[in-house]
Design a protein around this ligand. Structure first.
Ligand code: ADP
Length: 732
């Protein structure tokens, strides 16, 4: 009797042993059900051993094995590596790979009926109506009657008869039941459809990628091209080559925002004649199950998704593309914390496949890896055709401030008026949702916060509510100050996109002005609608948060105004300067895409900041050099390692007491420095008090192993929770 070692999708530290029943064959990677306590649970076989390990033990038996190909070794190694690196239980990581577990089962079927051509012996008016319903079905006029398949309920509805009549006709042999799978496979992409005619530098980059794919094995590339230089067109060529050269190969394209996915799905469909398999959190359970099933069977050839698509159980993932690789939304902050770009590189290494990181503003980590020769850098320096990069001008708000109570400087106002007069479009960028980021009482000076926390409430005029962007807490805007009771005394302070829109409407009363933020474009439909209206020129001025920064091509957009360039520089985040530079150059890059030259006006109180100077001089590499020097001096990533530990408890006393015990339990580590415990910047979240440690070490230290050793020593009260974040990006 063989023994299967099974890892369950539960937060357990180890796999368990089960006996394999007679007649069942199991391989490592097989998906199985087996009893844990009173229930059968989903698990994966990590190993199959001979019966010697069973001697003298009473093992429960595996209940069932799912009829799908077992998970391959590279994916299994990847999951184990992620668990170790992120300091998480392997079962928790496995459950990320099994998010749509009903995809393990075949597609559900539905019974449909078709005409057999035979008439029932006994004809009734009701039966005649059924036959007529087929003849008049408007769904598929081109399908021959004998091929038309209709469900019993559709027939009953169209013929105005009961479903009993339909069943009766099937029994009489006039209709034939046919089982149809509900989840359809994805159409097969065609790599040989024509792509764009590449420019010389695009062709050179595409050739290098194609050659690498033909050679095979692991290789990593940085596709470093200015916004609009055709990076997408170039990686399309790599995808085509991969599909052509290996009929079983799968390709994954990771994208930072769902909003962007919508427009790019259509580009994929145009290039490959078939839509790719999507994967993101906004999909229905049915669509998720379909993508998951097609991926596990190896039938989905191109998957396009958010960071979690990295954990789908690919059979043969040979090419991975991380578009906008610098984007911080690739960092998962909750649960298992990981950075999808870094994991994508590891995934490719384990698979022996290729990975392409694409960006106009690569992260410092990526730049350093390219300089060290770990990634091959492919450069695209120019936009194709007549399209030029926009001129960036800094508007020094100390010298030329807006009028009191306004947010647009006279220079920007003039530019907006001119652009409208020329029949061209403008984009105003402000990374703050709502009307005002802070609400205070004019009578008593109270700042309105989420109860029990230090988080300010943002005023949203559109919905008439005050909203906390950290916790999601929200209330209708009160008529009286909750602190002193004064009537009509609450006042919004500072600008959000809604307030800038209000100002723009006064300045340009005849312009068509719309707001683009996660409040106004919540779903794919709304986002697509807005993007389409902007692309077809139905909007004159678009006012948006960072959601507008990414990927959209608006051919008639010639002016970008950055309302408050400094907002991202505040706060002690080590990547604040880098992120500001990336975001603003992405936003500026929206201007001047087609034949018309673009300009970007950047309002700042800090024109001497290196990020602003580099932006104006279009000197990305100079800026990266300064960032690099600072981080190398301070031994910060990528020159050193960081980890965070956050602990939380229902009371401040308990969290403080436990924090001291945790500090005392820290192991010794060569060169490891521990800062804290300190109150986390978000001190109270959903009723829990939070403290944090920041741990810093040289690159030579295995910080994951250190954190594992530390947390293994802890005996925490049950009300205390800790989470570890290796290489944290958010310091909240
Ligand atoms: P990036 O990904 O670098 O921002 P894209 O691939 O989105 O750039 O290209 C920007 C725009 O230029 C797109 O509309 C794209 O179709 C177009 N484009 C890029 N390269 C070519 C080319 N060689 N010929 C024609 N159009 C191109």
């Amino acid at each position: 009797m063989a023994v299967a070692r099974i890892l369950f999708t539960l937060p357990l530290p180890e796999p368990f042993d089960y006996s394999v029943p007679e007649g069942m064959t199991l391989a490592p990677g097989a998906y199985v059900a087996a009893p844990v306590g009173p229930y059968d649970r989903l698990g994966m076989v990590v190993d199959v051993l001979g019966d010697e390990v069973a001697t003298g033990r009473k093992l429960k038996a595996v209940t069932a094995v799912y009829d799908v190909p077992p998970m391959g070794a590279p994916m299994r190694e990847f999951l184990a590596w992620v668990a170790r690196y992120t300091v998480t239980h392997p079962g928790q990581v496995l459950s990320m790979a099994l998010r749509a577990r009903d995809g393990l089962l075949p597609s559900p079927v539905e019974v449909r009926y078709r005409l057999t051509g035979k008439l029932p012996e006994r004809m009734t008016p009701a039966r005649q109506k059924v036959l007529d319903a087929f003849r008049s079905d408007p769904k598929c006029p081109k399908v021959s009657l004998n091929d038309l398949l209709l469900s019993a309920s559709d027939i009953a509805l169209a013929a105005e008869v009961s479903s009993g009549v339909v069943r009766g006709m099937a029994e009489a042999g006039a209709l034939e039941p046919v089982e149809i799978e509900i989840d359809l496979p994805f159409p097969i992409p065609d790599p040989d459809l024509p792509g764009a005619t590449l420019t010389a530098e695009q062709a050179e980059a595409a050739d290098e990628l194609r050659a690498s794919i033909q050679q095979g094995g692991y290789a990593a590339f940085l596709l470093d091209g200015v916004t609009g230089s055709g990076k997408t067109e170039v990686y399309f060529e790599a995808i085509a080559e991969m599909l052509r050269s290996d009929p079983a190969a799968q390709v994954l394209v990771l994208l930072p925002e769902i909003a962007l996915t919508q427009a790019i799905l259509a580009r994929f469909e145009a290039r490959f004649g078939a839509p790719p398999a999507p994967w993101h959190s906004g999909m229905s359970p049915k669509d998720r199950r379909r993508t998951w099933r097609e991926v596990v069977h190896g039938r989905a050839r191109i998957v396009i998704g958010a960071r979690s698509a990295l954990f789908l159980p690919y059979r043969k993932l040979r090419l991975l593309i991380v578009d906008e690789e610098h984007d911080t939304s690739f960092k998962q902050e909750d649960g298992v914390t990981y950075h999808a770009r870094d994991l994508a590189v590891m995934r490719s290494k384990l698979e022996g496949g290729q990975v392409i990181l694409a960006s106009a503003t690569p992260a410092l980590e990526t730049t350093v890896n390219a300089e060290l020769g770990r990634y091959t850098r492919l450069r695209l320096a120019a936009r194709p055709g007549a399209s030029r990069l926009p001129d960036v001008e800094l508007v020094d708000l100390k010298k030329a401030p807006p009028e009191k109570g306004k947010w647009l400087s006279p220079v920007l106002e003039r530019a907006l008026i001119e652009t409208l007069a020329n029949g061209e479009q403008s984009l105003l960028f402000l990374n703050r949702r709502g009307y005002a980021p802070l609400v205070i009482c004019k009578a008593c000076g109270e700042r309105l916060k989420t109860p029990g926390t230090e988080n300010w409430l943002t005023e949203h005029r559109y919905t008439g509510r005050l909203v906390c962007h950290v916790t999601g807490y929200s209330i209708p805007k009160p008529t009286h100050c909750p602190s002193c009771g004064a009537a009509d005394s609450l006042m919004g302070v500072g600008p959000g996109v809604e307030r800038v829109a209000e100002e723009a409407r006064v300045l340009l009363p005849n312009a068509r002005i719309e707001i683009f933020s996660s409040d106004t474009a919540q779903g794919g439909e709304e986002t697509r609608g807005l993007v389409d209206r902007m692309a077809t020129g139905e909007i004159d001025v678009l006012i948006g948060t960072q959601i507008v920064a990414k990927g959209h091509n608006f051919p008639n957009l010639t002016l970008v105004g950055v309302v408050d360039a400094d907002s991202g520089l505040k706060g002690g985040d080590l990547r604040a300067g880098e992120r500001t530079y990336q975001l603003l150059s992405q936003v500026a890059g929206r201007a001047g895409r087609a034949e018309r030259p673009g300009r970007a006006l950047v309002q700042t109180y800090a024109p001497d900041n290196p990020a602003m100077e580099a932006l104006a001089a279009n000197d990305r590499d100079g800026f990266l050099q300064i960032e690099r020097d600072v981080r190398s001096e301070l031994i910060l990533p990528p020159f050193g390692r960081l980890a965070a530990m956050i602990l939380s408890a229902p009371s401040a006393e308990l969290v403080d007491k436990t924090a001291l015990e945790i500090a005392a339990a820290a192991p010794n580590g060569e060169g490891v420095e521990i800062y804290g415990p300190a109150p986390a910047p978000i001190t109270v979240l959903r009723g829990r008090h939070r403290r944090r440690f920041l741990v810093k070490s040289p690159r030579t230290v295995d910080l994951s192993a250190y954190m594992t050793a530390w947390t293994a020593r802890l005996k925490l009260p049950s009300q205390v929770r800790i989470s570890v974040d290796i290489d944290p990006y958010s310091f909240l």
